[in-house]
Design a protein around this ligand. Sequence first.
Ligand code: IPE
Ligand code: IPE
Ligand code: MG
Length: 254
Amino acid sequence: MTHDKLRHIAIIMDGNGRWAKARGLPRIAGHRQGVNAVRSLVRDIDDLGLEYLTLYGFSSENWNRPQSEVNDLMGLMRLYINRDLKELIERGVRVRIIGARHNLAPDIVSLIENAEQRSRHNSRLTLAIAFNYGGRDEIISAAQSLAEEVRKGNLSPVDITAELFPQYLYAHDIPDPDLLIRTSGEKRLSNFLTWQSAYAELVFVKTLWPDFTRQNLIDAIDEYFQRDRRFGARPDEEKHSIQEMPSATIKLIK
Ligand code: IPE
Ligand code: IPE
Ligand code: MG
């Protein structure tokens, strides 16, 4: 009996604003609660023994929000790294931040570099935070680097293959996500992991991000294990029925 191993979960953490609105609170309150949800999620993911987790924290399009909200989100990123890095390192988490750096405040760039540097030898869980991230930006930047290699004569256009191309993306050492979850009921990718999610299993849940619990995570994982990943090949006739499947936690650890 074969199961598609689950190594990498990617999450579009959406719905902070609506969570706050429903309580008559300012949007920042929703973002703060969203950070608390991140903290518990990372602990749960670590308990389950997953290898890679990517979280969408700030998109290249989120600059289009009012300046005050952008400032709040930048402030929360600072706070998160300052407050949580110690625990992450103690847990053996390797931290990576994927996204553009050139238009971020210098102190945030330093915090990011420090977090990556201090956690680089950890090997339990890799936590990638997509911050100032856009899938199209990432592809364009890879295309520019490849074009430069061709211009210098180091590469020929025919060398640019599906194996080579992703080596020029932000995190070439992180495998493609197996499971991509979006909260809050929206059913779109919003420029997240555009190249990498070509074959991800997509799970959309109605829960708003600040309310996302361990049970929501387990349910999404269970749904993943009920899917038949074909990658364009024939259906897997050996696939076992839902009833025979062990629970998500057990499968993840194997
Ligand atoms: C997700 O929550 C967090 C970020 C995009 C940073 P939103 O702020 O998008 O919340 P909604 O979608 O307005 O409810
Ligand atoms: C995507 O959510 C970005 C993050 C979760 C960080 P948005 O709320 O910004 O996406 P849209 O605007 O609904 O597509
Ligand atoms: Mg949103």
